[in-house]
Design a protein around this ligand. Structure first.
Ligand code: FES
Length: 269
């Protein structure tokens, strides 16, 4: 078997590169992301000056107590938050729209970042197309009329290859079946495979952990929101904590469509 890596392999996610805001700005989510950006740099400089002045006045010198304020702030979110998903056309994504537009056969990669800007996730509707057959219903964590709309991290749990190196394979992409199904998420970097109908559980290595799953919820109008990560989810690869490592997305985030990169039907055990 060959596992020639695509250009995005081995594991540096382009969406995890440079920070998109000057270091020092921290998004605060306590106000439901209405005012998510708080400039901590200026505040910390003032703290530093104040502490230095106090220490100087007390004859204590400029010591370790002040240095803690010179450390860059930890970037991240204090807790999970509600984030509305926006469709490709710029309108709110509802379960009705998702059911009509996307299904188990949709080959385009539909991605959204949550909870942080460098944490992309797959948006999948695993149900059969309208008036069609195939797909699955009532999958763990699934929402919508078929219980088949789910979202999983699009960063591989092996060495962190991001989409499109890791991508969704619709039915018929490869001849291989797992648990009687021929659709799954597969990483072309080294062959890891994930069960989209079962919490993105690991089907083939070298990865041993499932992809983290985003909790999706709806309101009375059927609008779709990301509200957290499931209790069984490991941290997003590359993050010690899914809530730390970049700036949070805001109160809404739009789907982005990406073309699949490379089909690799090599499945190590
Ligand atoms: S990064 Fe190695 S299998 Fe995905």
């Amino acid at each position: 078997m060959s596992f020639d890596c695509p250009p995005s392999c081995p594991f540096v996610a382009p969406m995890r590169g440079e920070l998109k805001f000057p270091v020092g700005q921290v998004h605060r989510l306590g106000a439901a992301a209405k005012d998510p950006e708080v400039d901590e740099t200026r505040r910390n400089v003032l703290k530093l000056a104040a502490v230095a002045g106090l220490l100087g006045a007390g004859g204590l010198g400029f010591g370790a107590g002040a240095l803690q304020y010179a450390q860059p702030p930890v970037v991240g979110a204090a807790s999970y938050f509600k984030c509305q998903l926006i469709d490709l056309d710029g309108t709110p994504l509802t379960v009705d729209k998702a059911t009509a537009e996307y299904n188990v056969n949709t080959a385009d990669l539909l991605l959204f970042n949550y909870p942080l800007q460098n944490e992309p996730n797959f948006f999948l509707n695993l149900a059969a197309p309208p008036n069609g057959t195939g797909g699955v219903q009532n999958v763990p964590g699934g929402i919508g009329p078929n219980g088949a709309i789910v979202a999983y991290s699009a960063i591989c749990q092996h060495l962190g290859c991001p989409a499109p190196a890791i991508e969704y394979y619709p039915p018929g992409t490869c001849g291989t079946q797992f648990n009687g199904r021929d659709f799954y998420i597969h990483c072309s970097c080294h062959g890891s495979t994930y069960d989209v109908a079962n919490g993105a559980a690991n089907l083939t290595g070298p990865a041993v952990l499932p992809l983290p799953q985003v909790i999706l919820e709806t309101d009375a109008q059927g609008n779709i929101f990301a509200t957290g990560m499931t209790a069984n989810s490991p941290p997003v690869n590359g993050h010690l904590n899914t809530l730390q490592g970049d700036y949070p997305v805001g109160a809404s985030v739009q789907l982005a469509k990406q073309q699949p990169s490379q089909v690799d039907c090599s499945f190590p055990s």
